[in-house]
Design a protein around this ligand. Structure first.
Ligand SMILES: Cc1ncc(COP(=O)(O)O)c(C=O)c1O
Length: 381
């Protein structure tokens, strides 16, 4: 079969999230956002962008990224877990999505065969490993969206890859320190040759309870993935990074990513420096205050209407189960409610491996009106 014949017979569908967003009627409210689009960007980020244009902002950086940013991340991370990091432990990427791609590509080349991901997962945890021929296995969660540690332990082989995500998309679940310690104990005894990939992209968006501690503080064989997309209302700047104690591995991932991106956009790397240095903390606190308020508005309406959910405390999502209220699939419901006049966009749980649920984004300044519309739509189904 020729390339053109294969192309004619192969579907490359849009991700479910995009399908639903594309169905949106112009008068619908979006509770489907995966970014803080309605929130102002901190002025220091904008200043850094402008200043970089007067210096070397239009030039390439090293494949691994801007030394000043890598050094800032190294010194921030050192304070978290006490290990002595340098720029050689850090790789800058084009968002966490690119970080995941680069890490999985590299580890697949190095012989990784299986990757364990949570049973409710961010979509690319499944898609990227498949592109590199890895077997994807889901590990079960318990009722409150925590990890079923016994089940995970029974699944684990010594050279597996494992992904964790806290605060989580789409559940809003944040690990407690005790849960981190218990998970680390399992990993220390079972994952002796593989790696843990800890997706910490929402690490600064915790609006209730203790701030996050990076998982690198609990388990040495951790690759930490973080960035500015979520916490800085700067998803479009596409800056992420990888932190690893293993410099040889950092160098291998850099080499494998250089063929894809050469280097991340220089101006945008400058924009991340004030975030890493903690200078935008006050702005992030303001975001968290709004997210908490929005969470409370949303769960209040769910309570009144007896719709079950687990209370989220981080990221900016709420993940209630609604299939029991419908006489159609949740995905169909989402497509219909998005496309109707005065409708609302919410994301079907199918996009995260949980078809009975919907993901509601709390990152909307129209949360109350959006929730009212959602409840109205649910009542007539
Ligand atoms: C859990 C999770 N990881 C990674 C990403 C991708 O982040 P980035 O925009 O930095 O590529 C997202 C974006 O939605 C996410 O929710």
């Amino acid at each position: 079969m020729s390339i053109d014949e294969r192309l004619a017979n192969t579907d490359f569908p849009l991700p479910t999230i995009r399908q639903v967003n594309n169905a949106k009627h112009h008068s619908s409210i979006s509770l489907g956002l995966g970014e803080l689009k309605d929130f102002p960007v901190d002025g220091q980020i904008i200043d850094a962008i402008q200043k970089s244009l007067l210096t070397d902002g239009a030039n390439y950086t090293a494949n691994a990224g801007l030394p000043a940013l890598r050094t800032a991340i190294a010194s921030k991370h050192q304070k978290v877990d006490g290990y002595t990091y340098s720029a050689e432990n850090i790789l800058i990427t084009v968002g966490v999505q690119n970080a995941l791609y680069a890490v999985i590509k590299t580890l697949a080349k190095l012989g990784a065969k299986r990757i364990l991901i949570p049973e409710i997962y961010f979509g690319i945890y499944w898609k990227i490993p498949q592109d590199f021929g890895l077997q994807v296995i889901t590990y079960p969660l318990i009722e409150n969206f925590g990890i079923d540690l016994i089940a995970l332990s029974n699944l684990l082989l010594p050279d597996d890859l494992v992904i964790i995500n806290s605060p989580a998309n789409p559940t809003g679940r944040v690990f407690t320190v005790q849960e981190q310690q218990e998970l680390a104990a399992v990993l220390k005894s079972k994952l002796t040759q593989g790696y843990l990939i800890s997706d910490e992209i929402y690490s600064q968006l915790i609006y209730e309870g203790e701030p996050a501690i990076s998982f690198s503080a609990f388990f040495d064989r951790t690759l930490v993935l973080d960035g500015i997309s979520k916490s800085s209302a700067a998803a479009g700047l596409r800056v992420g990074w990888i932190v690893t104690r293993n410099q040889k591995l950092a160098q291998a991932v850099t080499s494998n990513n250089a063929t894809v991106i050469s280097c991340p956009p220089t101006i945008n790397q400058y924009a991340a420096i004030p975030v890493v240095q903690g200078l935008t903390k006050v702005t992030i606190e303001k975001y968290n205050a709004v997210l908490r308020q929005n969470r409370d508005v949303a769960i209040n309406l769910l309570d009144k209407n007896h719709i079950p959910y687990i209370k989220p405390t981080g990221s900016f999502y709420l993940f209630p189960k609604i299939s029991q209220l419908l006489n159609q699939s949740v995905k169909q419901f989402c497509l219909e409610t998005a496309s109707q006049p005065d409708g609302v966009v919410v994301i079907p749980g199918e996009a995260f491996g949980a078809p009975n649920y919907i993901r509601i984004s709390l990152a909307s300044l129209q949360i109350e009106e959006g929730m009212d519309r959602l409840i109205r739509c649910l009542k007539i189904k």
